[in-house]
Design a protein around this ligand. Structure first.
Ligand SMILES: Nc1nc2c(c(=O)[nH]1)N[C@@H](CN(C=O)c1ccc(C(=O)N[C@@H](CCC(=O)O)C(=O)O)cc1)CN2
Ligand SMILES: [Mg+2]
Length: 294
């Protein structure tokens, strides 16, 4: 039996459309236009594409979009100055600093400088802590998108065994915390985990976020499990071009899993859709109004 393919592209279109409808209500009923600022430091080609796509999606949803580009040689202070200016700008409700940053800039210092209310990436420790203890928080976009797809596929997640492979601050750890909030029994596996294939085989929900192309094989997957592949790895093809693969060997896993996200077209598109959703949420919270029901 082959798995159901979870279509992140179609799902993300619905999330984006919903954000757009909410923006329309906010404009009409509250004279509020949510604004998102994205800061790009340097010229990393993939980051340039993501930032361009974020700007386009923001405008398509009817929001204000501001893009700030700094040279690859920018100092930490220059990046902090931009963040401070955006923190003080009342037309900007969401601030995102595209990662990775050049090595002379301390990522933690920059993320820590963003006003937690405007932290639409959900990377500020205040938001990490608030989410962990069950308070309203801004939730990181990629794990939020994964959770939406899981709930759409499985309904109630209570009591399911979830294994998250990877312990990064931007995906693995927040993903595990969100799954715990949904009453899953959660294991975070990583490079030091003993017998990783056996750990994965115990998972009803398997989230792969290690950044290693096709590391998770078909025989690591429990029959019928739901597999969420966060990996985006560009690998060389024989013709000299490249192709995109996930952290899961899709062709093997699709024969075993109950449902699986493809790469591309799975988790990736949900990241940008959730960014729009988070910007709407941030704008409403800053204005002290309930998020519109649409
Ligand atoms: N400040 C942040 N930096 C980064 C984040 C983030 O959430 N916040 N995540 C990633 C990059 N990223 C968004 O920024 C992102 C990655 C991939 C996709 C996407 O749609 N991927 C497509 C394939 C695209 C391709 O062909 O390369 C897919 O999976 O279908 C969207 C956003 C790191 N930095
Ligand atoms: Mg750095």
């Amino acid at each position: 039996m082959t798995a159901t393919i979870i279509d992140g592209k179609a799902f993300s279109a619905r999330v984006r459309a919903e954000a757009g409808r909410k923006v329309m209500v906010l404009k009409e009923q509250h004279d509020l236009t949510p604004g998102l600022a994205v800061v790009l430091v340097g010229e990393d080609p993939a980051s340039q594409v993501y930032v361009r796509n974020k700007g386009k999606a923001t405008v398509e949803a009817g929001m204000k979009s501001e893009e700030i580009r700094l040279d690859v040689t920018a100092t930490e202070q220059e990046v902090l100055d931009v963040v401070h200016r955006l923190n003080a700008d009342p037309t900007i409700h969401g601030i995102l600093v595209q990662l990775p940053l050049p090595k002379q800039v301390d990522e933690m210092a920059v993320l820590d400088a963003i006003d937690p209310m405007k932290d639409v990436d959900g990377f500020h420790v205040i938001n990490t802590g608030r989410q962990a203890v069950g308070l309203p928080a801004m939730v990181p976009c990629t794990p939020l998108g994964c959770l939406m797809m899981l709930k759409d596929t499985l309904g109630d997640l209570s009591g399911l065994n979830a294994v998250v492979v990877g312990r990064s601050n931007i995906v693995g750890k927040p993903m595990a915390s969100l799954l715990l909030s949904e009453n899953c029994t959660v294991t975070i596996a990583h490079s030091r985990t003993r017998d990783l294939p056996a750990v994965c085989r115990g998972a009803d929900i398997l989230v792969a976020a290690v950044g290693r192309p096709e590391m998770i094989r078909g025989d690591w997957v429990k029959p019928g499990a739901t597999v969420i592949d966060v990996g985006i790895n560009r690998i060389p093809k024989e013709d000299g071009k490249t192709r995109l693969v996930g952290d899961v060997c899709f062709d093997e896993a699709v024969e075993v899993a109950g449902a699986i996200t493809p790469v591309p077209g799975g988790v990736g598109p949900m990241t940008i859709a959730c960014l729009l959703a988070n910007t709407v949420t941030a704008a409403c919270r800053q204005a002290g109004i309930d998020e519109p029901e649409v």
